[in-house]
Design a protein. Structure first.
Lengths: 413, 80
């Protein structure tokens, strides 16, 4: 890479906490953000899955009523995380034309869309509110952040299901490498804990049915894993050219050294069992980083806790790393957060960044009986990283055959 | 029975406050929705629909553009 790119701000709202600090503390403490849904619609629709990872702090407790009224819940989470990241970066002074946003979602404004359809059927077209379209559009979260920080260098939205926000971070590299942009706010949000998406994911048997014990339902790599657990929230990172960050004396968390996107063209939902597309994404990210496979010491895995997905990712990693895979410490943090779909990659990138800057790897919970077909070195309690600079990657894969990988490195001046 | 002007003003101010966050006491008869209260067309349509529900009146779309001030809206609702 010609321009070095660094992380200067992070923000999140997740099932574990309303900000990065509380989320990270809960993650290191091995907490679960998953609980039984108390909403009346669970019983009304007889939803087969009765739990999820709801945002620990509702956006309405952070934003004004007027902001909430004009933003779909996905955009509300985006704004909360975006503001935290921006403030954390010191609200940098930057020319608006040199400030961009790459903010993703998997599904977009599903609450707004379905509520508006209910209104149309029950009350007629005149009662469908004029803010409906800007609220339901998938670029709503990106636009909300862009308006908030006055980003005029381009506001874009990657939509690639559960790979979306990792793709958004990878896309930010291209923007920053262009020389036209100094700062990108990147990340993703999701707010799809709604009866329809839950019913739809359940009907494809993608979700865990562990209704009687929600906190242990997300159990990547365990022999008894039976599907993923839906989560909601958002993550945002402030990415900046090193030159710009140094000029303003910014605090630097880590260096973003690579990002890559590939596609399987294999099946609309099933991962390629050979893992070739995912492997190519890892290799391409490492190539951009100018790194060797043996440089990687930590992976925040996609690991959603589905029977086939976890094995497919292992196969891809084995293909890339061979015997060196035994030396790589793997964290599957969806065990604590659930799967934030289009927000997953962003919060997992933040966990990877914090692992490097805090020099501790976050644990994977609920792993009681590791699947012998996935002999990975899984971190099950916080593990200290040594003092040497290290390279870590974060993987995300999505329906549609999307593979996205980002690589971060300990920042060394 | 005709609605009372003060009641309509108070009710309308409540709707405006809920939609925009503008303090209800700032919503006065002589204030222009756009120039004084800085209410955009999207908020205006939402206010109109909520006013229809609250006061049980019909405010046709072609009439909305004539409702320049809060007083215009209050008088339209009172006389509807």
């Amino acid at each position: 890479m010609t321009q070095r790119i660094v992380v200067t701000g992070i923000g999140a709202t997740t099932p574990l906490g309303g900000d990065v600090k509380s989320t990270w503390q809960a993650l290191l403490a091995g907490e679960s953000g998953i609980s039984t849904l108390e909403q009346e619609w669970v019983a009304r629709f007889e939803i087969p899955v009765t739990f999820a990872g709801q945002a620990k702090v509702p956006a309405a407790e952070v934003l004004t009523p007027q902001e909430c009224k004009r933003l779909d819940p996905s955009s509300q989470f985006a704004l909360v995380a975006g503001r935290e990241a921006w403030a954390d970066a010191g609200a940098p002074e930057v020319a608006p034309e040199r400030l961009a946003v790459e903010f993703a979602t998997g599904i977009g404004g599903v609450w707004t869309l379905l509520d508006a359809y209910d209104t149309l059927r029950e009350k007629g077209p005149r009662r469908v509110m004029p803010m409906t379209v800007p609220m339901l559009m998938p670029n709503g979260p990106a636009a909300a952040i862009g308006m908030d920080i006055a980003a005029r260098g381009g506001v874009r939205t990657a939509v690639s299901a559960c790979a979306s926000s990792t793709e958004a971070i990878a896309n930010a590299i291209t923007r920053l490498q262009s020389g036209d942009i100094d700062i990108v706010v990147a990340g993703g949000a999701e707010a799809a804990i709604h009866p329809m998406p839950i019913a739809a994911f359940a009907s494809m048997h993608a979700l865990s049915r562990r209704n009687d014990d929600p906190a242990t339902a997300s159990r990547p790599y365990d022999t008894t894993r039976d599907g993923f657990v839906m989560g909601e929230g958002a993550g945002a990172v402030v990415l900046e050219t090193l030159e710009h960050a140094q000029k303003r004396g910014a605090k630097i968390y880590a260096e973003l050294v690579g990002g890559a996107v590939t596609s399987d063209a294999h099946h609309i939902t099933a991962p390629d069992p050979e893992g070739t597309g995912a492997a190519r994404a890892v290799l391409a990210a490492l190539k951009q980083a100018g790194a060797k496979t043996t440089d990687v010491v930590h992976i925040n895995a996609h690991a959603t806790s589905t029977p086939v997905g976890d094995i497919a990712e292992y196969t891809a990693l084995k293909r890339v790393f061979g015997d060196h895979l035994d030396n790589i410490a793997i964290s599957a943090t969806k065990s604590s957060t659930g799967h934030l779909l289009g927000g997953a990659g962003a919060i997992e990138a933040i966990f990877t960044i914090l692992a490097l800057s805090e020099r501790v790897l976050p644990p994977t919970i609920n792993l009681n009986d590791q699947d012998p077909a996935i002999p990975l070195d899984v971190v099950t309690s916080p593990r200290e990283l040594g003092d040497a600079p290290v390279l870590a990657i974060s993987n995300s894969f999505g329906f549609g055959g999307h593979n996205a990988v980002v690589a971060f490195k300990t920042y060394v001046a | 029975m005709a609605l009372d002007q003060n009641e309509v003003l108070a009710g309308l101010a409540e709707i405006v406050n809920e939609e925009t966050g503008i303090a209800a006491e700032k919503v006065q008869m002589d204030k222009s929705f756009t120039d004084d209260l800085d209410i955009d067309s999207i908020s205006m349509m939402t206010i109109v629909v909520n006013a229809e529900d609250k006061f049980g009146v019909k405010i046709p779309d072609e009439e909305v553009k004539n409702l320049i001030t809060v007083g215009d809206a209050v008088n339209f609702i009172v006389n509807a």
